[in-house]
Structure formats: C-alpha cells, structure tokens
Ligand binder design. Structure first.
Ligand code: MLT
Length: 265
C-alpha cells in the first residue's frame, strides 16, 4: 500500500501493475480488500488502483462524531489520488454499491478523467425518506454503541446463500473489516449516503461506455433493479453473476474478472 496525501487526509492506496488504470472503489463499510481477487487477477492486464476511502480500512479515520462524508467529497478525493499517483490518462472507474454512488459523482465532477465506467451491485436512485431517516438513526446508534448493530444484520444480506455456507473465511474476514471500522467514519458515510442525489437523470445521456455487474442473489440492489438501470443506459452492457450476492467481485471473482477484462479490451 502507498500513502497518498489528499489535502490533510492520509489515504492508503494499493497501486499495482501497468497499463490502463483501473480504479476500484469499495462499498460501505468495507475497504480495498473486497477487491483482493481483482487486484491479483487483473494486475497483469492493467494498472490496478484500489484505495481505502477516507475513514475506511487503513486510511485515516474520520475525526468527528457528528460529521458527514458526501459522495461528491469522496469522488474529489479520488481525483486527487489519481493526480498524486501521476495517472494522466482516463481511468476505468469500477465502483461497488457506495463505490457506485461515488462513481456517479465522479462522472459529474471529473468527466475528463473517466474513460469507462463499471457499476457493480449499485443503484442510481436516491434514498427514500424512510431509508434516509433509518440511516441517520443508525449513525447515532453506531456512535453510541459501536458498529455491531449495523454489521450483524447487514452481513447476511451482503452474500448469496451459497457464499454464506461455502466461503466461511470470506464472510468472517468481511465481518472483521466492518467491525474494525471507526464508528465515526461509519456514521459520516451513512449521513453522506442519506443525502445523496438521484443519478437517474444521467442514465439516458451517459456518454461513457458503461457495464453493469450484479450478483444474481443480490438482495440489496436486486438483479431486476440493475437490469432496469442497464436498459435505461444507452449502449450499456449487463452481466449477471451466478452464485453471488451483493459482493459479486469477492464471491465469484472469475466471472467478474473475465467480464472486466473483456470490457477493458
Ligand atoms: C454498500 O454495499 O456500499 C451499501 O450497501 C450501500 C448502501 O447502504 O446503500
């Protein structure tokens, strides 16, 4: 991992391989390790850049209990990371779930840095009022009593039933990452997600080659929801991944890596 300074923030970034830059942006509340199979399997095909977002993984924690990390702010951080790593050409942006929400902002704010877009297990719609209210309550609860109340119900929704029974090590490692995330960072990202704008109006005129990837058993961003996104996006391709839930790149990496290789080629 390399340390990259984004203003005052210290971010840790995995940067391996050469060629077309592939920026892998993790979901919530995870870190770059959810891309471990893409880092290993794609580093001989392209330059893989997988940061821990501010507040997550080995990057510096978010310092305040009452703060907010917006999707726009995180997209701007990523543009600085690319600059600091001297990445000059356009990147392939690949985001999962919250990483996808950040991807819409990256498209809006840093279009010139974007060559292709890969959206994994994510959505374009904003939160409903109920969902946003739930996130704000969970932010308070996490600050008061730690991440366990968020993590335990979430963990079974992240994976397909088959992963839950056959990849116990993957489930355990993911749980550890989530439980070790600073409650202040979790709360800040929850507040940021709660107030994010809808990106639905972008879809029809999206002027960047786009691929959507979704685990067939994803219960958070369902196959139907993502298929609809792909249908609404001109020229987009869609890949449905067998034996995978919300964390398709971690659960069935061979299918996801082949899809990414083909899309980049
Ligand atoms: C994620 O995986 O990043 C989360 O499910 C995003 C969300 O809570 O909307």
């Amino acid at each position: 991992m390399k340390e990259v300074l984004v203003g005052q923030r210290k971010l840790q970034v995995c940067d391996v391989g050469e060629g077309i830059p592939l920026l892998l942006v993790h979901g919530f509340p995870l870190d770059h390790s959810m891309w471990q199979h893409q880092i290993l399997g794609l580093k001989d095909h392209c330059r893989v850049i997988a940061p821990d977002l501010f507040g997550f993984g080995k990057s510096e924690s978010f310092g305040r209990a009452d703060g907010k990390l917006t999707m726009a702010e995180m997209a701007d951080d990523l543009a600085v990371v690319l600059e600091q790593l001297s990445v000059s050409g356009p990147v392939v942006f690949c985001g999962l779930s919250m990483g996808g929400y950040i991807g819409w902002q990256f498209y809006c704010r840093h279009r010139e840095r974007l060559g292709r877009l890969i959206m994994c297990d994510t959505r374009a719609a904003a939160d409903s009022e109920d969902v946003a209210r739930g996130r704000l309550m969970m932010a308070q609860k996490t600050i008061a009593s730690g991440p366990a109340d968020l993590v335990e119900p979430m963990i079974s929704r992240l994976f397909s039933p088959i992963t839950m029974t056959t990849q116990l090590d993957v489930v355990a490692a993911t749980r550890d990452v989530m439980l070790n995330t600073d409650p202040r960072s979790i709360a800040a990202a929850l507040r940021g997600m709660a107030e994010r704008d809808s990106a639905e109006e972008l879809l029809e005129d999206l002027d960047v080659p786009t691929m959507f990837i979704c685990g067939k058993d994803d219960s958070i961003t369902t196959l139907e929801e993502m298929q609809t996104l792909a249908d609404r996006t001109s020229g987009a391709s869609f890949v449905a991944v067998e034996d995978a839930g919300h964390l398709a790149p971690l659960e069935n990496p061979l299918v996801v890596n082949d899809a990414i290789k083909a899309f980049i080629a």
